[in-house]
Design a protein around this ligand. Structure first.
Ligand code: FAD
Length: 323
């Protein structure tokens, strides 16, 4: 149960943006509370297990283009949480993978933070000079400041349910943010795949955008394929039977699979990647009471972008709350 003592800062979302924002705020002396609707931390940094197989089925790797994020990756590497997966001939950025899987990183970050899982925020309402956050199943808490890091359509939904009015220009711009969907197939193979080290292919035509063998990658004990459909295919087949769609995609992948599929599951990422982001890395949408939006739609459509956004939000919140 969430106790209902008033909080300084409520952070919605235990993805990389929310976790890094909370880490900075806690280091600055605040006591942020994180809630997430999921059963685990990480959001789109996600791993699924099927028997002995492990699949990174959201983000596949992490790259760094900025000094602060590069330093963070280096510290994770030194702690054995991250290792180099491969270097691409396309650019100089190392592709890093989590050890043992990508969720090692959010799990590590969440240690020492107050995180409440399976708490879905359904509405946010101003109350005196704070926010009242209402969760599924009737719980509610009050917070002086709130940071929403969910994909923007999900954040807008909780504001609409709470009848929070945003400045019309900001509301229109936020509503215009679109996301690519992604249907992800996770298939356990009966034998080795046909992929060569480092264990991925990025087809240039057809319905498959990405296919990786988590065994060759080093995150699975047995051959285990993560297949990401293209945004166009994912959009067109979003409402179709997921098992049939999975079969169709695996059929298309036969030449790369090289072995029979023992079993598979399909996951739909409705908000896989934001397409159009002209926003600052963190957006203040209300000063009194303080409400900010952050996440990859603001900092850039990658793990690093979400991280930079979380840090920017923490800085703004820290300045506001110490004023
Ligand atoms: C298929 C796929 C492949 C990708 N590949 C890569 C890659 O290879 N490299 C890369 O850098 N990036 C990749 N990305 C993008 C990267 O994963 C994201 O940019 C980043 O993880 C986003 O982090 P975030 O914290 O902004 O959001 P999220 O990780 O989405 O976190 C938001 C959190 O908010 C929670 N939430 C939502 N609504 C509510 C609510 N109402 N109440 C409570 N909690 C709520 C969610 O459960 C979630 O945990 C990929 C993404 C996908 C989906």
């Amino acid at each position: 149960m969430l106790n209902n003592k008033p909080r300084d800062i409520l952070i919605v979302g235990a993805g990389i943006a929310g976790l890094l924002a909370a880490t900075d705020l806690q280091a600055a002396g605040f006591q942020p509370l994180i809630v997430d609707k999921g059963r685990g931390v990480g959001g789109r940094l996600a791993t699924r297990r099927i028997g002995a197989a492990s699949f990174d089925h959201g983000a596949q790797f992490i790259t760094a283009r900025t000094p602060r994020f590069a330093a963070l990756l280096q510290s994770w590497r030194n702690q054995g949480l991250l290792t180099e997966w491969y270097r691409s001939p396309e650019d100089e950025h190392i592709r890093w993978r989590g050890v043992p899987t990508i969720t090692a990183l959010p799990k590590y970050l969440s240690q020492g933070l107050a995180v409440h899982l399976e708490r879905k925020l359904i509405a946010l309402q101003p109350e005196n000079s704070a926010w009242r956050a209402h969760f599924e199943h009737g719980e509610s808490i009050s917070a002086r400041a709130v940071l929403l890091t969910a994909p923007v359509p999900q954040s807008l939904a909780v504001l609409e349910t709470g009848q929070v009015t945003l400045a019309p220009s900001i509301h229109t711009a936020l509503q215009a943010i679109e996301y690519e969907p992604c249907l992800a197939v996770m298939a356990v193979l009966k034998g080795q795949s046909n992929l060569a080290a480092p264990g991925f292919v990025r087809p240039t035509d057809g319905n498959i955008a990405w296919l990786a063998d988590n065994y060759i990658k080093g995150v699975s004990a047995v051959p285990a394929i993560t297949l990401h459909a293209t945004p166009a295919f994912s959009r067109a087949h979003w409402d179709d039977d997921r098992q049939e769609t999975g079969k169709k995609l695996l059929q298309e992948a036969t030449a790369w699979l090289g072995s029979e599929v023992a079993e598979f599951q399909v996951h739909g990422w409705r908000y896989a990647r934001p397409i159009n982001n002209d926003f600052p890395p963190a957006l203040i949408v209300s000063q009194k009471p303080m409400l900010l939006l952050a996440g990859d739609a603001f900092g850039g459509a990658r793990v690093e972008g979400a991280a930079l956004s979380g840090w920017a939000a923490a800085e703004l919140l820290g300045q506001h709350l110490t004023r």
